[in-house]
Write a protein that binds this ligand. Sequence first.
Ligand SMILES: [Zn+2]
Length: 278
Amino acid sequence: MNGHPTREEDFDLYALGALEGDEKLAIEQHVASCANCADKLAEARGRIALLALATPQAEPSAAVKQRLMQQVRADAERSAAVPASERAPSRTPQRAPRETARAGGFFSRWWAAVLVPAGAVLAVATILLWTENRQLDRQLAALRAALRENIQEQQQQLQEAREVADMIESRDTVTVALAQQPGMPTGAAHVMYNAKMGMLMYDGEIAPAPAAKSYQLWLVPADGKPISAGVFNPVSGRTDHWMMKLPRGIAAKEFAVSLEPAGGMPQPTGPMVLIGHA
Ligand SMILES: [Zn+2]
């Protein structure tokens, strides 16, 4: 094909992936050097993409359907022109009795095999489009969910940043230095705590915990049992930092880091490594 495609629906068929062989190649070669047809193909791609994005009931245009049917019929006729000996599937034993073919049984079955798929092509095309719609729908839904998640995550980070800023500015926030206890691993930390806001921030550096052990931070209230405020396993030379929300209104007496079985405990059981009085 040196000239422009004569059928407008060729662009749609190409965009659909329905063209094959010479027809496909001809369009590809032509649009490479014809800006006008390249535009038409781009438009067709847009139409097909919209079709895929549209409701699952969307169907190709009547012209596209007609071309599909024509193509299928042409294929059927081409196949029919091939001598029966060449048509015979290789799996079929060549010594099959000739009488079968002569009786017409072979032909009628063969035509059925061509015509049934011919009728089914549109259904298949529709199913393919529908499946693509479904896949696109799913991809879009996943994309939207990811975006929503990302936005929520950013909003949450922003909210946390605001809360931290509020906490640091608040006159009710206390900063408590936690000091290393005799004979314990090397370390130092400080805790910022706002009882009204129920917010705690830890910053510290301690020597890594022994095998099968973790460190655990505790808020020791003026009344009641210690409250776990984080289990951690420091990496040598790295600072640990986190923010934790706790029930509001708990007056703190002291903050302490203890050495506990790996993963932490509901209540302190191990030796105190760092202690600071609020
Ligand atoms: Zn052209």
